[in-house]
Design a protein around this ligand. Structure first.
Ligand SMILES: Nc1ncnc2c1ncn2[C@@H]1O[C@H](COP(=O)(O)OP(=O)(O)OP(=O)(O)O)[C@@H](O)[C@H]1O
Ligand SMILES: [Mg+2]
Length: 315
């Protein structure tokens, strides 16, 4: 069963540069969340702060009664075992073959015999479609294969919390669709709490239970998928619909002149909210809400055409 991650008033700076401040959100146990944000807004820094690789300046990260921000190294070592992390660059050891890379956490953190290690490693390699590539070095395979090897390694300790830093960057659309399905199926199977950082709007619109958006040194919004997809808040609306009109410019915020020039342009209507992608079993995951439920519960009228089966994107 996944565990809840409760973030309270978190701030992180490097020197005098504030990356983000006062971030509060809860990753609900067993749910899938996506974190969006323009490049450089500190999404990777956020993931690293959640696992205690970076210390925040202020705030708390509560996981199973431990505050990652203030706990001892000993406690941190224990809490880290709850996590499986797929880093942005795969973070493979270049001199070790894929088998040894994937086996590494088991050899480091458990007392399992080599035959037990072998059966776990091969099970995960099969899950990500890498059987046959065990003896290859990370430098000898494609970026997509490295991502999948990173995913296999993230899974070997049966994590309660799975963090993915741009699992889909550098993957072709078909592989991205398979990877998304794999994450959804893994979540159904293990009920690990999942947080996916991505730039893929299609993934953000169809995969998660909740969406967050980091922008301009703060958390612009975090909440259920249908809440953000029906939101008229300008930054959320612009980002989730990949529009040029809105407060976000090519480099950070648009200036007053740019915004004034747009003021009389009509915004395109919000597109329909697609149905959330199902696991391969075809039934809702334990934490998945039926289509339209959040909107109905909150008296929000979704954009016309929402939740029609023909707006399910081709995943
Ligand atoms: N260890 C570090 N020391 C100093 N500055 C850092 C460090 N790590 C990250 N930064 C800075 O923090 C900011 C946010 O970086 P981060 O990698 O989290 O962005 P991101 O949102 O993940 O971007 P992208 O979408 O391109 O991956 C950047 O300005 C970066 O230079
Ligand atoms: Mg990043």
């Amino acid at each position: 069963m996944g565990v809840e991650v409760r973030v309270e008033g978190l701030s992180k700076s490097f020197g005098s540069q504030l990356i983000w401040g006062d971030v509060s959100l809860t990753l609900p146990a067993g749910e899938i969340c996506v974190m969006l944000g323009p490049s450089g807004t500190g999404k990777s820094v956020f993931l690293k702060t959640l696992i205690g690789l970076l210390k925040p300046d202020k705030g708390h990260v509560h996981i199973e009664g431990v505050d990652i921000a203030t706990c001892s190294e000993r406690q941190l070592y224990e809490v880290r075992k709850l996590f499986g992390v797929l880093f942005q660059d795969g973070a493979m050891f270049g001199s070790m073959n894929l088998y040894d890379n994937v086996a590494f956490p088991l050899r480091e953190h458990t007392k399992k015999s080599e035959s037990e290690v072998r059966s776990i490693v091969m099970e995960k390699m099969e899950m990500v479609g890498l059987v046959g590539a065990e003896r290859k070095l990370p430098g000898e395979i494609s970026g997509g294969m490295r991502k999948r090897a990173g995913l296999a390694r993230a899974l070997v300790l049966e994590p309660e919390i799975l963090l993915f830093d741009e699992p889909d960057s550098g993957l072709d659309p078909v592989r991205t669709a398979f990877l998304n399905q794999l994450i959804i199926d893994l979540n159904e199977m293990t009920q690990a709490t999942c947080l996916i950082v991505t730039h893929d709007i299609n993934t953000a619109r169809t995969v998660p239970d909740n969406i967050g958006l980091l922008y301009h040194r703060h958390l612009a919004m975090f909440g259920p998928r249908e809440m953000l997809l029906s939101s008229e808040e300008p930054v959320v609306r612009q980002f989730l619909n990949a529009q040029r009109i809105g407060p976000i410019g090519m480099s950070e915020e648009k200036d007053a002149d740019e915004l004034a020039a747009e003021a009389d342009q009509e915004l395109p209507p919000l597109p329909p909210i697609p149905i959330q992608q199902l696991p391969s079993s075809g039934v809702l995951r334990p934490t998945q809400r039926p289509p339209g439920q959040w909107c109905a519960d909150n008296g929000v009228t979704p954009p016309p055409g929402s939740f029609a089966s023909d707006v399910v994107t081709t995943q």
